[in-house]
Design a protein around this ligand. Sequence first.
Ligand SMILES: [Fe+2]
Ligand SMILES: [Fe+2]
Length: 374
Amino acid sequence: MTDITKDMVYESVAPDDFDSMIELDRYEKRSTAFDHIIAATHDHFWDPLDKKYIDFSEPFDMENVQMMPDDQIFQLQVPYVLDHLEKTGQKIKFANEMQLWSFSSILHGEQGALNLSASLCHVLKDQGAQEYAANQTREEARHVTAFAQYIKVRWGRPRPCGTVLKQLLVDIIAAPEVYKKIIGMQMLVEGLAMGAFATGYKFNQDPLAKKLFQLVMTDEAFHHKFGKIWADRTIPRMSEDERNVVEDWAAHCFQSLLFNMGSPQQQAQMYRDFGLDPEKVIEGLTELRASGRTRARLKESTNIFRVLIKTLLKSGLITDRTRAFYATYVDMDELKAEGDRMIGDDIAEEGIEYLKAINFKARSEAGAVKVAAE
Ligand SMILES: [Fe+2]
Ligand SMILES: [Fe+2]
């Protein structure tokens, strides 16, 4: 296998090589690199099935309230689509249906993250790194439960996974190479998720969605950090050839995610249900993209793809080889001058304070019960 390992913490074996896991010498070694993020997990513990943290029975008027504003919905930027929906009084319904598609993408992405982090347990050799990955697997499992529950109470049933996103998830889960997994998931899918959740937190009119985004972000912020630790320890020590391979993989993943956002072919039947001609919608979307409005939209600091490019740039995964590719979407100099703070970090930190208070109260109540019983 052709993995690129520059740090003992990310030393890997083939997924079916259990023999290496039970080597006696291996049990004596355990890195401390992730101890602080593993220990922090108790502070941001939450349970989607416990009303103390989140209550999925909170109602929301789906018929009359539009979850996200018009300018956050790409399809509504096509004049043909907007005119038709306004004339037929279906704009709110359409806008909320588009949210179902986006929550469904999130749900499938969370399932991908669960399987991906479980697959890391099979290839990472270090016990500390394994404990981190097992921990992340557990957190992704609660995200799957939470988003599945949210979709169930608001719409009933999720929509299928986009073909491009699905292919990316299949590739990174099956890949034996740690760099493919970490770049694909921790740096890009997780980075995209942080951006999307921050946007949802900011604009979604449903208080339950806001709460859900914030709780999930308290976990995701750490997952993204795991990717950053990998990048900091690995990328500066790579040979030029290795860096090129990794840089190309990052560009490939980025492109997949960008294309996934705009693959309306799968949504053709839904357009027809609203009385829209799918061909005309797709034509309008293509025109929009070509008109350079994508770059204008990516200028906004909360834009999710801008966040991804920034992550790659700061990690040294964008060089002159691929600079032009990303410069189609953002102003690279402006991006480089920005600070290191990740989008959504402040929302996650506020969420952790909220969870600490609930968890502290729960622990001290349990303690009081125990003392009373003694
Ligand atoms: Fe997640
Ligand atoms: Fe995650």
